[in-house]
Design a protein around this ligand. Structure first.
Ligand SMILES: [Zn+2]
Length: 300
C-alpha cells in the first residue's frame, strides 16, 4: 500500500525531529502523502467510536491564525468533539464514518491557552482539555520562569511565557472546558523515586480538587513518550484519575485502555498539509510498537 508506506516513512521522519533536511523532505512529501491518506485512512480498521486527541502547548501569536484555521476546518467537517463525548466513546463506542473526529488538548497551562479559549474556541463552541501543573502555578513570577525553563522547556527555548494563574484556570472551567492534572511541577515521572512520583501525581490532584471542587478525571503525563512513563506511575495515576493521555500517536475508541490513551502532537509551525497528516492520523502509523509498549505497562 503506497500511501501507507509513504505515510509511515513520513511519520518516522517527523518523529526524529525537525532538523532542516527532515523538514524540507517532509514538506515536499506531505502533499502526495496527505492526498493518499485521505483515501486510504478511512479504510483502515479501527475501534468503534474512534477518535484522536490532538496535543498543543503554548500557542504564540504567530501560530494563532494556523490554529484558528485548523479548528474552523474541523468544525466545518463536523469532526470536533469535547471531553464528555470522548469519554462516552471510550465506554460505549459509536459511529465514526470517514476520518475519526478529534478532541483538542493543551498541555502545560501557558497563559496563551486562555487567550486561545476566549478568541478561537469560544466563538466556535469548541470545548477542550487543558492540562496544568499546580506546583508551577503557585510560584512567584521569577521562580516560575526558572522552573518552566528547567522543567517544561528543558533549556530548549529561551524566555518562557508565563503560565495561567488559578483565576485563568477557573475562567476556562466557566467557558465549559475540562481541566486535567499534568503533575505538580512538570517533572519526568520515570526520573523520580517512588515517593516523589506519588507526590507529583497526588499533590497536584489534591490541589486541583481543593481549588476546583473535584478531582479531575483526566491526567496527562509529562513529555508523553513511552520512556517518560512506567507501570508504577500509571498505577498511581489510576488511583486518582479515570483517563491518562500519552503523547504516543494513535487512535482511541472502545477497547482502548483508559490509562493508555493516545495523543497526536500537532506542530502549528509546520505547513497546513503536514499538520493535517498529524490530525488525520497518517503520522501514527510509525508508532505501533510504542502503543503496544504503553498497553503492556497499563496491564502490568
Ligand atoms: Zn507538558
Amino acid at each position: 500500500m503506497v500511501g501507507r508506506d509513504l505515510a509511515a516513512r513520513l511519520g518516522q521522519a517527523g518523529a526524529r525531529g525537525s532538523d532542516g533536511v527532515v523538514m524540507s523532505l517532509r514538506e515536499t512529501l506531505a502533499g502526495p502523502a496527505g492526498a493518499a491518506w485521505r483515501l486510504v485512512g478511512p479504510l483502515l480498521p479501527r475501534p468503534p467510536g474512534a477518535f484522536r486527541i490532538l496535543m498543543f502547548h503554548d500557542v504564540p501569536d504567530s501560530q494563532r491564525a494556523a490554529l484558528r484555521r485548523l479548528v474552523e476546518r474541523l468544525v466545518a467537517e463536523n469532526r470536533l468533539i469535547g471531553p464528555a463525548e470522548a469519554a462516552s466513546r471510550l465506554r460505549h463506542g459509536g459511529a465514526s464514518p470517514g476520518l475519526p473526529p478529534v478532541l483538542l488538548s493543551f498541555d502545560d497551562g501557558f497563559a496563551s491557552n486562555l487567550e486561545v479559549a476566549e478568541t478561537i474556541l469560544a466563538p466556535l463552541g469548541a470545548h477542550a482539555l487543558f492540562f496544568v501543573c499546580p506546583g508551577l502555578m503557585d510560584l512567584s513570577k521569577d521562580e516560575q520562569a526558572a522552573a518552566v525553563s528547567a522543567n517544561v522547556l528543558r533549556g530548549l527555548k529561551p524566555a518562557p511565557e508565563p503560565l495561567m494563574d488559578w483565576t485563568a484556570v477557573e475562567r476556562l472551567v466557566t467557558l465549559g472546558h475540562t481541566i486535567g492534572n499534568h503533575t505538580s511541577d512538570h517533572l519526568r515521572l520515570t526520573e523520580l523515586s517512588a515517593d516523589a512520583k506519588a507526590e507529583q501525581i497526588e499533590k497536584a490532584a489534591e490541589a486541583l480538587r481543593s481549588r476546583l471542587g473535584e478531582t479531575p478525571d483526566w491526567f496527562a503525563y509529562t513529555f508523553g513518550d513511552v520512556d517518560s512513563i512506567d507501570a508504577e506511575s500509571l498505577h498511581l495515576i489510576g488511583r486518582h484519575h479515570r483517563y491518562c493521555r500519552s503523547g504516543v500517536r494513535g487512535v482511541n475508541g472502545k477497547g482502548t485502555a483508559p490509562l493508555a490513551l493516545r495523543g497526536d502532537h500537532v506542530d502549528l509551525a509546520a505547513t497546513p498539509t503536514w499538520r493535517m497528516l498529524a490530525v488525520d492520523g497518517a503520522l501514527a502509523l510509525a508508532y505501533g510498537e510504542q502503543r503496544q509498549h504503553l498497553d503492556r505497562m497499563v496491564q502490568a
